[in-house]
Write a protein that binds this ligand. Structure first.
Ligand code: GDD
Ligand code: MN
Length: 363
């Protein structure tokens, strides 16, 4: 006999959550009595063996599945793949560390059954609370991010930073190809891409303390959030990754000038060798910053790092040639020095981004 197909699929992104998997499944089992559910753990090859723990549970309980991703990292991407991997008409996303209150799930499902497209567990609305779940700094950060989302993206719900929500799956499927796979802000991204008139219900809950292990939210996640907001403000024309790449490029200008001053003015090197040293230094810091921040999900290590660095040098040199040809063309046509300079810089930014993405980071 086959079991009834799941009506609700709970998608749980995990990175180093091994000790939390079993307690979470037990909590879901208690909370979802009478509902045909399944849980999909989407694990990014956690070093602590989370995927193995989930698979082992799945061998005994067919409601438990594991989507084991290798060579990739990212909370948003994990959630997207998990939701798309399910068959159920309704999908929920919740954290794997028991911070989200599973007893809210039946009420969220009832809201969807009553006609909502999206049900959001909110920590900030009336009756909700960030309880033991967020430090003061984190609470302030969440409030700031919510304000930014409201002002710049016109997102109206009380807690767009929540990682706890439930959605009609076909609706999610429509928007999925447009979503960014980086960072933590999948709900915000989904909201800002959805058509107007989406029916959203917010349900308050108390954000609990983490069960075991530690948070993965770091300064990189904050940068990715800012890049996502900026990208949405450009109407999606400029991808978040390109904006991150450009920000790194700007930092490279600072590195260049500092190295030049150091080598020429302080150490007394001639201008040309000093300029060469500055160029190489800036390209090198740019490469490493991009490797850590812009391409976190495709980060190069070991010998691939050296091959990547070499290809980065080569591509950026070609980018400089592109820069010179475009800027001299514009300069000849318009005689605007600043305009020609900026156009050339933009040209090399786009060129370097487009080519290193494929050649250096192989995406
Ligand atoms: N697959 C995968 N890949 N899962 C990840 C990754 C990743 O790169 N990074 C984090 N996760 C998983 C964690 O294992 C956990 O189950 C869940 O995503 C949330 O990560 P935490 O590291 O516990 O985040 P947090 O508690 O600091 O942040 C919470 O609050 C944020 C807003 O303040 C989460 O609910 C976020 O979703 C939310 O945006
Ligand atoms: Mn957490």
């Amino acid at each position: 006999m086959t079991a009834a197909p799941a009506r609700l699929s709970v998608v749980v992104p995990t990175y180093n959550e091994a000790p939390n998997v079993e307690p979470l499944v037990q909590a879901l089992d208690r909370a979802l009595q009478g509902i045909a559910w399944e849980v999909i753990f989407v694990d990014d090859d956690s070093p602590d063996g989370t995927a193995a723990v989930a698979r082992e549970l799945g061998a005994r309980d067919e409601r438990v599945r594991c989507l084991h991703r290798v060579g990739r990292r990212g909370l948003a991407g994990a959630c997207i793949e998990g939701i798309l991997a399910s068959n159920a008409p309704v999908a929920a996303v919740m954290d794997g560390d028991l911070q989200h209150d599973e007893t809210l799930l039946p009420a969220m499902l009832a809201a969807i059954d009553a006609g909502a497209d999206l049900a959001v567990g909110t920590r900030l609305g009336e009756g909700g609370s960030t309880g033991d779940g967020l430090s003061q700094t984190r609470s302030a950060g969440t409030a700031l991010a919510t304000g930014i989302a409201r002002v710049f993206l016109g997102v109206r719900i009380s807690d767009p930073m929540s990682g706890f929500f439930m959605v009609r799956r076909p609706l999610f499927e429509e928007v999925a190809p447009k979503l960014s796979v980086e960072g933590f802000k999948i709900l915000l991204d989904f909201l800002s891409h959805s058509r107007r008139g989406l029916k959203v219900v917010e349900l308050p809950f108390r954000f609990r303390g983490r069960h075991a292990g530690q948070s993965k939210l770091d300064s990189l996640v904050v940068l990715q959030f800012l890049a996502l907001v900026a990208s949405r403000m450009s109407g999606g024309v400029l991808p978040p990754r390109f904006l991150m790449f450009s920000a790194v490029g700007l930092s490279g200008v600072g590195v260049h000038v500092l190295t030049l001053l150091l080598a020429h003015d302080l150490l007394g090197l001639d201008f040309v060798p000093a300029q060469l040293a500055a160029t190489l230094t800036a390209m090198t810091t740019n490469f490493h910053l991009n490797n850590v921040f812009t391409y976190q999900d495709a980060r190069l290590r070991g010998w691939r790092l050296w091959r990547g660095l070499l290809s980065f040098y080569l591509v950026c040199s070609l980018g400089t040639a592109a820069n010179l040809s475009v800027s001299s063309f514009i300069y000849d046509a318009s005689l605007s020095t600043v305009g020609a300079g900026l156009a050339g810089a933009a040209m090399s930014a786009v060129f370097n981004y487009a080519v290193t993405k494929v050649v250096t980071w192989r995406l």
